[in-house]
Design a protein around this ligand. Structure first.
Ligand code: PNS
Length: 162
């Protein structure tokens, strides 16, 4: 069984993430989408909310599971016997940061955690969770960025009725 973890903040999950999830789920037997519990950030959605949103957004994929983790990705991967991490690359600007993390994770896991990159679909190359938060916080239209039920939850968080 080829298992992989797709770690991230997913605050909120976007169509860009969902595109990576769909493509990774076709290649790996089991894909675990895992939400980082980052105590240093003040998120829009709690970890529990993000897990529930991801579960709903990925329910059509039978081999996708949703989880959360704290601490280092390499420790989470080791505890769960996972040797592949998935990340999406939108543009060259992502590359330097992702390269450093991937190399560090490979080094500090003694070669036990590799990273497989999916090049983001062109349609979503501009998209990020922070762009979604920025636009929606001013009641901008984010319906092309996230599933409708996620957009509803975001507008509700910011106190907008749509
Ligand atoms: O969606 P994001 O915020 O770009 O995801 C970043 C993430 C969660 C993949 C990365 O920050 C991470 O793996 N954090 C866990 C802590 C860790 O392992 N740090 C070492 C590599 S940065």
């Amino acid at each position: 069984m080829k298992r992989a973890v797709y770690p991230g903040s997913f605050d909120p999950v976007t169509y860009g993430h969902l595109d990576v999830i769909e493509r990774a789920a076709e290649i790996f037997d089991v894909l675990i989408v895992s939400v980082l519990n980052n105590k240093e950030k003040t998120p829009l959605f709690s970890v529990e909310e993000r897990v529930n949103i991801l579960k709903e957004a990925t329910k059509k994929y039978r081999n996708v599971q949703v989880d959360s983790f704290s601490g280092l990705l390499i420790d989470y991967a080791k505890d769960n016997d996972i040797h592949v991490a998935i990340r999406g690359l939108r543009a060259i600007t992502d590359f330097e940061y992702e390269l450093q993390i991937a190399q560090s994770n490979h080094k500090f896991s003694n070669g036990n955690l590799d990273t497989v990159f999916f090049i983001t679909n062109l349609e979503y190359a501009y998209l990020s969770s922070s762009i979604v938060r920025e636009f929606s916080s001013f009641n901008g239209d984010i319906t092309q960025c996230v599933p409708d039920f996620v957009a509803d939850l975001i507008y509700k968080k910011y106190g907008f009725k749509r």
